[in-house]
Design a protein around this ligand. Structure first.
Ligand code: SAH
Length: 395
């Protein structure tokens, strides 16, 4: 018997209640606290079985985390951490190639956690910097090994590890502040800066890349209002494609300072306003009408219990944005909360446009792009929902 096989038969066990892991048998990789019947007090890699002895899989277990179990594999034999990582990382890379992505100058998500069978790990390539973002204590501990595995294939890259404050708090460990903070990379022919620290995601919103391309395609001649703009990537994409003007609104001084730097880098003329979108929309309306409004707020409903409050915020935004939209104007409305999806956004747009007697047509409904995959049985993984509508005229 090999060393790995011995480890497989003697591995510590996590016993779960069969009825409480029905989601896992249907394809979700998360084991919640109410499913756990018996497990060690310490975090570790465990073999998961039900109370009747049915094998579930191998999981990272952290009894202190709100999601204590994250399934790594459904195969009975555990190949060992390094082999498992090598196989998963290679297949994530091959998948990106099959889907038509390339590495070198642009921004590409190489690993999207559960969607690539590696819960707790996100890897983004920005130009020639590889950013490793850890969401679980177990993945954080594998950090050096992960970098070591990818380094030979990305030998001319900088490799930067981080763990955000929120994730570290949830997992009861220390955040990891990256040393490199400014990274320049390309997207749709423009240069952007990704900002690394322990607060934002991996420093840029790659998940809106395809929507920015959509917006650029029809931006010529339009006056653009970009709400919750961050680095104003939507505005800059529109300006580069011939938009007449773009006003980027955000409450973060740093985000707008980077937006201005990015505008200069690309030789574009951007207007910014540092403000709370919710309270300043009446003032902003005085600069309207606009031919294109982007409304991409932060997470409005971190969980299902915040859903009603989040929907209320979207209603307020729509009530104020729709009257600012000129004839033929486009509104892009996004939700990065899993609890608020495209049906919710469409419903709100329908309700408010009919009250305001505006004819609105849906021109596109999108989710996150192909380098952000999610397991088909795990709707939590589909977190980005966008509806794009056009104002046709009065009803
Ligand atoms: N559309 C951006 C991503 C937006 S992320 C892109 O494509 O890159 C959400 C942004 O909303 C963050 O930059 C955050 O600073 C900003 N924000 C959060 N609350 C806000 C508020 N009340 N008013 C204005 N901006 C806000």
């Amino acid at each position: 018997m090999s060393e790995e096989q011995t480890a497989t038969t003697t591995a510590p066990v996590l016993e779960v209640q069969r009825r409480k892991v029905a989601n896992v048998f249907r394809g979700a990789p998360w084991i919640f606290p109410n499913a756990v019947r018996n497990g060690p007090d310490e975090p570790g890699l465990l073999k998961v079985v039900t109370e009747t002895g049915r094998f579930v899989g191998w999981a990272d277990y952290n009894p202190q985390a709100p999601v204590p179990g994250r399934l790594l594999s459904r195969g009975e034999d555990w190949p060992g951490e390094e082999v498992w990582l090598r196989l998963r990382l290679q297949s994530a890379l091959e998948r990106r190639m099959r889907l038509g992505y390339s590495f070198g100058g642009g921004g590409v998500r190489l690993v999207n956690g559960e969607g690539d069978g590696m819960p707790g790990l996100v890897i983004d390539a920005y130009g020639t910097t590889m950013v490793y973002d850890f969401y679980t204590r177990a993945m954080r501990e594998r950090g050096e090994l992960i970098v070591q595995i990818l380094k030979p294939q990305f030998s001319d890259y900088h490799h930067v590890m981080r763990m955000g404050r929120d994730a570290a708090e949830r997992e009861h460990c220390e955040p990891l502040e990256p040393a490199t903070t400014e990274i320049i990379f390309g997207e749709n022919g423009l240069c952007f800066q990704a900002q690394l620290d322990a607060s934002q995601k991996t420093g840029f919103y790659l998940d809106q890349r395809d929507n920015r391309r959509f917006i650029a395609r029809c931006a010529a001649g339009r006056r653009v209002l970009d709400l919750f703009a961050y680095h104003a990537a939507f505005s800059l994409s529109a300006l580069a494609a011939g938009a007449r003007s773009a006003l980027a609104v955000d409450s973060s001084t740093e985000a707008l300072a980077t937006a201005m730097k990015d505008a200069e880098r690309n030789g574009l003329s951007l207007m910014t306003s540092e403000a709370d979108v919710f309270s300043s929309l009446p003032e902003i309306a005085k600069h309207g009408p606009f031919d294109m409004i982007i409304c991409d707020p932060p997470k409005m409903a971190p969980s299902r219990k915040h859903r009603e409050k989040g929907l209320g915020a979207y209603r307020r935004l729509c009530r104020q944005c729709l009257p600012m939209l000129g004839q033929g104007g486009l509104l892009l409305l996004s939700s990065c909360s899993q609890a608020i999806d495209t049906d919710d956004l469409r419903g709100i747009l329908g309700q408010i446009s009919s009250r305001q007697r505006l004819a609105l047509d849906v021109v596109a409904i999108t989710h996150q792009p192909a380098d952000h995959p999610w397991p088909v049985g795990f709707l939590t993984g589909r977190y980005l929902s966008t509806v794009i509508v056009e104002r046709r005229g009065q009803m």
